[in-house]
Design a protein. Structure first.
Ligand code: SAM
Ligand code: SF4
Length: 465
């Protein structure tokens, strides 16, 4: 979940955009999977003659691709919907749709009670958007929130939105079969299903041909990727998929997210080690460092198991960066549990973490079974301690890189200056360095840099080659 991208609106110059007389506007919230889904939605709408716009006022269709993971995400979307309802008064033919994770949970409320939207479409129903739009155009309320056991949108070639032309997300599976007690995803996105490997390979190969140099394979739990070829009966697991993609071209980097600590295997770790173009970076959500809390969360590992997994990763790939998701203030969490979390953070020395306050979600196991009993002030204080520790760990990790050389994939200009390039190393660290005329570099090139300094979030470097 990239906070800086929440609510990002999308537009791109679709071929023939100028001739397309209908336009849609889409805002995306939540995880990378949702941003990736917006690219599938764009592809479906483009096929129906819709161009994109960044200006909601000139749109015929307004879509919010929503997230339910925390209460705050839902509140933001509701606020946006109220604003769009006002725009609709100025432009009566305009249709407003809620897509994604809030659809199932709030369909009746949004459509009937609050009359905020014309369409409600769940994450497995995007193929039916053309019919739903037609239905809504006649004035009826259009709804499809059915979840599927098969849908992977494998054959839909996503339209890359807001793309830098170098890095892309590729969805390899949908849904989740884990029942972490705090999490709404299994309810909003349905059962886990893997996408066929041939279509994934084809998409990645196509991206490489178009000039993309990095793909991030997406799934809630990528390590349980499992595809059985219906013709040959050959099984493809995640390690095999990684290898196939790594072999497309050594210049195509491969990343993936998210791994579940219980599922990431030695086979995956050895495959990562074997190929230079599989990035040495693992997002390994911790959630809590206390075995007691992990049990209540239904994470199916203990703190010892998690630490052993971290040790194994570092044993096989000493240069592998690790990041985590951490929740502060889950039901019954006491000071010792919190200290246990801080202790594992120190042990792992995470390069980065996504850190959240526990937010009770209606319908989840935790909401049914446990009381959300940690007072907000305590949750906030614990989160602040977690964030402050992570800041120190990130800085220390970056300081250790000063003086080292890395290969960097250039993604574009740095945020601060057009005279600087910004790229990432294999460990996913952002590296900024001055452009030098003699090198004639461009985005998509790999360069070697030497790190000269750092902040907690960025490495500064000089280009060597
Ligand atoms: N499937 C991934 C996994 O298991 O790690 C990530 C799923 S979720 C989209 C991303 C993160 O949101 C979770 O890892 C968790 O830390 C956080 N999260 C999920 N439900 C939450 C809740 N009810 N309150 C606070 N944070 C939550
Ligand atoms: Fe949610 Fe757990 Fe599935 Fe991740 S693994 S999506 S946290 S239920």
């Amino acid at each position: 979940m990239d906070e800086s991208r929440q609510g990002e609106s999308y537009a791109l110059e679709l071929k023939g955009d100028l001739e397309l007389n209908k336009k849609f506007y889409i805002e995306s919230y939540g995880c990378q999977m949702n941003f990736s889904d917006s690219e599938i939605i764009a592809s479906i709408l483009n096929g129906q003659g819709y161009g994109t716009t960044r200006n909601p006022e000139e749109a015929d269709l307004i879509f919010l691709n929503t997230c339910s993971i925390r209460e705050k995400a839902e509140q933001t979307v509701r606020k946006r919907l109220t604003e769009f309802k006002k725009s609709k008064l100025q432009k009566p033919g305009m249709l407003i749709g809620v897509l994604g994770c809030m659809a199932e949970r709030l369909k009746t409320k949004l459509l009937e009670e609050e009359k905020l939207v014309d369409m409600v479409v769940g994450p497995d129903a995007y193929r039916t958007l053309p019919q739903l739009i037609e239905e809504a155009e006649t004035g009826s309320k259009a709804v499809n929130v059915l979840l599927s056991r098969e849908e992977t949108y494998a054959d839909i070639s996503p339209v890359r939105l807001n793309s830098n032309g170098i890095t892309a997300f590729v969805s390899i599976m949908r849904g989740c079969n884990n029942m972490c007690s705090f999490c709404v995803v299994p309810f909003t996105r349905g059962r886990e299903r893997s996408r066929d490997d041939a279509s994934i390979l084809q998409e990645c190969t196509e991206l490489f041909k178009q000039g993309f140099r990095e793909v991030t394979l997406l799934g809630q739990n990528v390590d349980s990727y499992y595809w059985v070829d219906p013709v040959t009966n050959h099984i493809v697991d995640f390690a095999m998929l990684l290898e196939k993609i790594a072999l497309i071209n050594p210049l195509l980097r491969v990343r993936f997210s998210t791994s579940h600590p219980k599922d990431i295997t030695d086979k995956v770790l050895h495959t990562m080690k074997k190929y230079d173009n599989i990035c040495k970076y693992i997002h390994l959500p911790l959630q809590s460092g206390s075995t007691r809390v992990l049990q209540l969360m239904n994470r199916t590992y203990t703190r010892e198991w998690y630490k052993a997994k971290v040790n194994r990763i570092k044993e096989i790939m000493p240069d592998c960066a690790i990041s985590a998701d951490i929740i502060a203030g889950f039901c019954t969490e006491d000071e010792q549990d919190h200290q246990d979390t801080l202790e594992i953070m120190e042990h792992t020395a995470y390069e980065y973490s996504y850190m959240f306050i526990y937010s009770e979600r209606p319908g989840t196991l935790a909401a049914k079974r446990y009381s959300d009993d940690v007072p907000t002030e305590i949750k906030k204080r614990r989160l602040a301690e977690i964030v402050s520790l992570q800041n120190r760990l990130s800085l220390e990790s970056n300081q250790k890189d000063v003086g080292k050389t890395f290969q960097v994939l250039i993604e574009g200009n740095s945020k601060k200056s057009d005279n600087q390039w910004m790229g990432r190393n294999s460990q996913n660290k952002v590296i900024v360095f001055e452009k030098q005329n003699q090198f004639q570099q461009k985005p998509g090139d790999y360069v070697t840099v030497s790190v000269t300094g750092c902040t907690q979030g960025t490495l500064f470097a000089t280009q060597l080659m």
